[in-house]
Ligand binder design. Structure first.
Ligand SMILES: Nc1ncnc2c1ncn2[C@@H]1O[C@H](COP(=O)(O)OP(=O)(O)OP(=O)(O)O)[C@@H](O)[C@H]1O
Ligand SMILES: [Mg+2]
Length: 358
């Protein structure tokens, strides 16, 4: 017979995707976001936003929180969340919006103008303010900055207010974009600052209240997890993972309390998660490059190209370099110039923090 789970009330609450009912220490940011976007529900123009800050400090969850609020309480706003890791061209983004607005659209075979027409048709029909979150927007800016322009120019064709909330870890991504796009973006920047240890503790305490039955945690467990998350860069996901892993040991040992000793056992193996997530999102050529580099010492660009072609098939050196440059930009690989070479320049490419990818 299966035993009743003893410590958990709702294990899901510790899942990083879970959207809590309350987000401690992000009240001001949530209010700011809501204030800027809310005019959409009155048919008035929206203040576009650019949210920046390091990984795991509540940027995405705060926007999702506001979106949930809007969807629940306002009939006149439609919110659409897009992670541009997965939708990194204008066509992909526009097609996703059309689909989310409830119209069918084929992504392949249709030109951008055709999809744009479908979108305008969809917007005219729904007569709601549209708020689009472009998360990890650096991906889109790098791959296809015109996507932003296409979204911004929608305003010329429809009366619906259209607002953009963009999120990134990198503050400088708009520095080099085309002036016509920059000037029409008109963004308000909102910086999220890392949590202090006390704030991290409050956040984990709040999650634990809904995840575990009362009395399931030994004194000091949350502080240990919070402290570890702060030491490893401040990502709340690390704290949540510590709690999940400690809870697992607790179950294995058939104990009815999570002890600090369990947490101490798993601290070493619990570290930064963002790179792992990013790696999971890579596709095609970039995934192959990372796989190849994970088996190599630093390698020259020529050797990398040669090996790549041998293992994965033909690609031009130029195209490969572009992908390597992108991986460098997002902090996955390092490209270093060799000082020893006297004739010509040589570039050595290697993975950053290789062990994260295991
Ligand atoms: N104030 C908070 N209250 C409750 N949970 C939080 C809070 N801040 C962050 N979290 C949780 O931490 C995890 C990471 O948050 P989120 O995904 O918003 O990070 P992020 O800032 O978008 O990071 P990244 O830049 O890596 O995308 C999520 O599980 C989220 O629910
Ligand atoms: Mg995020």
């Amino acid at each position: 017979m299966l035993e009743e789970p003893r410590i958990f009330k709702d294990e899901q609450v510790l899942n990083p995707e879970y959207l809590p009912e309350f987000l401690p220490h992000r009240e001001h940011q949530i209010e700011r976001i809501a204030k800027n976007l809310f005019p959409a529900s009155r048919g008035r123009p929206v203040q576009n936003m650019f949210i920046i800050g390091p990984p795991g400090i509540g940027k995405t969850v705060s926007v999702r929180f506001v979106f949930r609020q809007f969807e629940e309480f306002s009939e006149r706003i439609k919110t659409i969340y897009i992670n541009t890791w997965n939708y990194n061209t204008s066509v992909a983004v526009l097609a996703k919006i059309v689909l989310d607005l409830g119209l069918f659209v084929q992504r392949r075979g249709l030109s951008k103008d055709e999809i744009m027409e479908r979108l305008i048709e969809a917007l005219k029909k729904c007569n709601k303010g549209l708020i689009i979150c472009l998360d990890e927007v650096d991906q889109l800016v790098k791959k296809d900055e015109n996507a932003l322009y296409d979204l911004l120019r929608l305003n010329q064709y429809v009366d619906n207010p259209i607002g953009l909330v963009m999120i990134s870890n990198y503050p400088d991504i708009f520095v080099n974009i085309e002036p016509r796009i920059k000037s029409s973006l008109n963004i308000e920047e909102l910086e999220f600052k890392p949590y202090t240890i006390q704030e991290m503790k409050d956040i984990l305490t709040e999650r634990c209240k809904y995840a575990f039955r009362p009395g399931s945690l030994e004194e000091g467990v949350i502080l240990l997890c919070a402290n570890h998350a702060i030491n490893k860069g401040g990502d709340v996901r690390i704290g949540l993972e510590c709690l999940r892993k400690a809870a697992k040991i607790c179950e294995e040992e058939n104990s009815d309390k999570i002890k600090t000793e369990y947490v101490k056992r798993i601290l070493k193996e619990t570290g930064p998660v963002k790179l792992k997530i990013m790696h999971g999102q890579l596709g095609g050529v970039e995934k192959n490059i990372v796989e190849l580099l994970s088996k190599e010492e630093p390698i020259t660009s020529t050797d990398l190209h040669e090996k790549y072609v041998k293992i994965f098939g033909d690609i031009s050196q130029f195209a490969l370099t572009k992908h390597v440059k992108h991986l460098e930009d997002i902090g996955i690989v390092r490209v270093k110039e060799s000082r020893r070479e006297t004739r010509g320049r040589k570039w050595f490419i290697s993975l950053i923090k290789r062990k994260v990818f295991k």
